[in-house]
Design a protein around this ligand. Structure first.
Ligand SMILES: [Zn+2]
Ligand SMILES: [Zn+2]
Length: 289
């Protein structure tokens, strides 16, 4: 038996874990919540197949979700899927259900306990590079400040009790990290089709060039900008192996707000203007060199 009654914006694994806690089960197996991407036919280890072309990801779901016919509802409301779709992440390395997810905002714990009768893990906190809560600006915590237990071992249902003693929590309101959390939170509400990968890539790269005034953006510059603006270390920034997390950081470094990114992706005028700005930058670059 499994209990799955997710709260608004709750991460899928959190809802299942709370259900298990009600049944007296302490853990949650990966296969209960992991939503895997299906590789395209003809790629990887299946020689002889016809190459399959598609610019959206396809998924396989744990049996509970297929049996209850709630795969779409779970994908859209309780995973990182909308963010990945907005950013054109359609390849097999796309991860909509990260396995490190046990992280809390102390203010959310207090508020959720009052509003919903329980704390829970929000999906907008689950992306590994998110450090502060997009609503409260509080630093996210991996350890309960009251009982000092790692959140990975803490019962979610008893966080509310511990939160009565939370005090002097660190906050970084209106910081770049706070803006970054808002960027992610905004894109988690995207409800359209997967943006074609080449469109997302072009817009992000062009937006970074224009915002930072660098025509020929090299990996070293991106690493420096990510460190300076967000205090984040990023890994490889090009090729099809770039992770969802790194691409999300790059999208932020170019666009800063979810609204700006969506405008670039969807409005022809904005793309044309960006294109002209990029041309001007290219022109200046070649004159100088
Ligand atoms: Zn919060
Ligand atoms: Zn505690």
């Amino acid at each position: 038996m499994k209990i799955f009654t997710p709260l608004p914006e709750e991460y899928v694994a959190s809802a299942l874990k709370r259900g298990n806690e009600l049944l007296g089960i302490k853990s949650i197996p990966l296969e209960d919540y992991r939503i895997k991407t299906v590789p395209r036919g003809g790629y990887g280890y299946s020689p002889g197949d016809k190459y399959e072309y598609r610019d959206h990801a396809e998924f396989t779901f744990p049996p509970l979700f297929t049996d209850c016919n709630i795969t779409n509802e779970v994908l859209k409301n309780h995973t990182l899927y909308p963010l990945t779709a907005a950013l054109g992440r359609s390849r097999v390395n796309t991860n909509v259900t990260p396995t490190s997810w046990r992280i809390i905002c102390p203010d959310c714990v207090v508020e959720d306990s009052e509003t919903h009768g329980t704390a829970y893990i929000h999906r907008r906190h689950v992306q590994p590079s998110v450090r502060v809560c997009s609503i409260h600006g509080a630093f996210l915590l991996e350890t309960c400040p009251t009982c000092m237990m790692p959140i990975s071992k803490h019962e979610i249902s008893s966080l509310g009790l511990c939160s009565k003693k939370y005090k002097n929590m660190k906050r970084a309101p209106n910081s770049q990290q706070h803006l970054y959390s808002k960027f992610i939170s905004d894109l988690l509400h995207y409800s359209g089709k997967t943006i074609p990968r080449h469109v997302a890539n072009w817009c992000v790269n062009a937006a970074i060039s224009v915002r930072h005034g660098i025509y020929d953006v090299k990996e070293e510059s991106l690493i420096l900008i990510a460190k300076r603006e967000l205090d984040l270390k990023i890994r490889s920034t090009h090729g099809s192996n770039i992770s969802d997390d790194t691409f999300t950081i790059l999208a932020f470094l170019g666009c800063v707000t979810g609204a700006r990114y969506m405008e670039l992706i969807t409005k022809e005028n904005s793309i044309n203007l960006l294109s002209r700005e990029l041309d001007a930058l290219r022109h200046a670059f070649y004159i100088k060199n």
